[in-house]
Design a binder for this molecule. Structure first.
Ligand SMILES: Cc1cc2nc3c(=O)[nH]c(=O)nc-3n(C[C@H](O)[C@H](O)[C@H](O)COP(=O)(O)O)c2cc1C
Length: 332
């Protein structure tokens, strides 16, 4: 039987399949079920930076506007309700309950306010920290270099505080994913999670307002991640976690062939239940047995740009190949 063992950010995983940050990882009961069904690790539901910086925001407000000090009590209340204390308790409980790695997650937007929180996450026993950073360009005069600098500053600030491995979960919209991935790697990101999925932005024209829906992905959305796995494997030192659109065992095998260290799954578990984790693992090991691979290292990256010999095709963004094949077909 094929061995699914994998090292991710220096952690030993018994499977490369990780449950992505989601409602499945927001309480201990569900985290146990992820473990029971064969998850290699879990990424806890994110805490938002606003929640853990509430305490320092309050202090800042109080020092700037002492006359309003009392009215900032609601901020304190917010901390009590949903803030960092509950999150730190979740980390502790999860660590006591499961032996698989527990990766904490923060949805971050600025470099401010990290010191205390990052240290607390480490102290609570998390095995690693994933930073979900999604900065929407907000002003026409802000350059891409300035936006990239904001990402790097967050990473630096966190790395300064803790010795835990830090993963960065980023979206796909960079002019050069190569450049930014290389910079994150050089700054010591232990892993890059490629890519975060942004909810489809849409309008409801009956209600004349925003429409919410499509919050689950399909396998068709995996291709962008697959391309960048194949391009980055062997180029950056950070581990690579494939995310978005991985629904089947075949999808997972493809990402591993492209060079992913691990695959993160979420939508497929909403569609098929946590039992699907077991099916994913069985499908990956079934494929390995059929192809004669005893370990994942034997085939990881085989179809990456570095190992496969098709550099032109992999870099072609548009449909030249399809057009050429079509012409070829009509000539025959
Ligand atoms: C209901 C739901 C909640 C999520 N919550 C978080 C979150 O708290 N933090 C985060 O980084 N990603 C969150 N995500 C995004 C997932 O972790 C994942 O990156 C995304 O759904 C793409 O993967 P998929 O195609 O396997 O669903 C959430 C997704 C869903 C559907």
């Amino acid at each position: 039987m094929a061995d699914l063992k994998t090292r991710y950010m220096g952690l030993e995983l018994k499977s490369p399949v990780i449950v992505a940050s989601s409602d499945f990882t927001k309480n201990v009961e569900s985290i146990r079920q992820c473990r029971d069904q064969g998850a290699g690790a879990v990424v806890l539901k994110s805490i938002f930076q606003e929640e853990f910086t509430a305490r320092s925001i309050k202090a800042e407000l109080e020092s700037g506007y002492p006359q309003y000090a009392e009215s900032f009590d609601y901020v304190e209340q917010m901390i009590a309700d949903r803030g960092q204390d509950a999150y730190l308790a979740l980390i502790r409980e999860a660590k006591e309950s499961v032996e698989i790695p527990v990766i904490a997650s923060i949805n971050a937007y600025s470099a401010k306010g990290w010191a205390e929180y990052a240290r607390n996450v480490q102290e609570a026993g998390a095995d690693a920290l994933e930073l979900n950073i999604a900065l929407l360009p907000s002003a026409p005069d802000e350059t891409s270099a300035e936006i990239e600098a904001r990402y790097l500053e967050i990473l630096r600030r966190v790395k300064k505080e803790i010795s835990l491995p830090v993963a960065l979960k980023i979206g796909p919209y960079f002019t050069s994913v190569f450049r930014i991935a290389d910079k994150f790697s050089a700054e010591g990101a232990a892993a890059l999670v490629l890519f975060n999925r942004f909810y489809p932005f849409d309008f409801d024209i009956d209600k004349i307002g925003l429409s919410y829906g499509g919050f689950l992905s399909t396998s068709a959305e995996m291709s962008h991640t697959l391309r960048w796995m194949a391009l980055l494997y062997g180029i950056v030192e950070s581990d690579l976690a494939a995310a978005t659109g991985i629904h089947t065992g075949d999808d997972a095998v493809k990402q591993l062939l492209a060079g992913a260290t691990t695959v993160q799954v979420c939508s497929t578990l909403y569609k098929n239940g946590l039992e699907h984790l077991k099916i994913l693992n069985d499908n990956i090991s079934g494929w390995m047995d059929k192809k004669g691979f005893a370990s994942i290292d034997e085939f990881r990256g085989l179809l990456s740009k570095e190992k496969a010999h098709y550099p032109e095709e992999i870099e072609r963004l548009q449909f030249m190949k399809a057009l050429l094949d079509k012409d070829e077909g009509t000539r025959r």
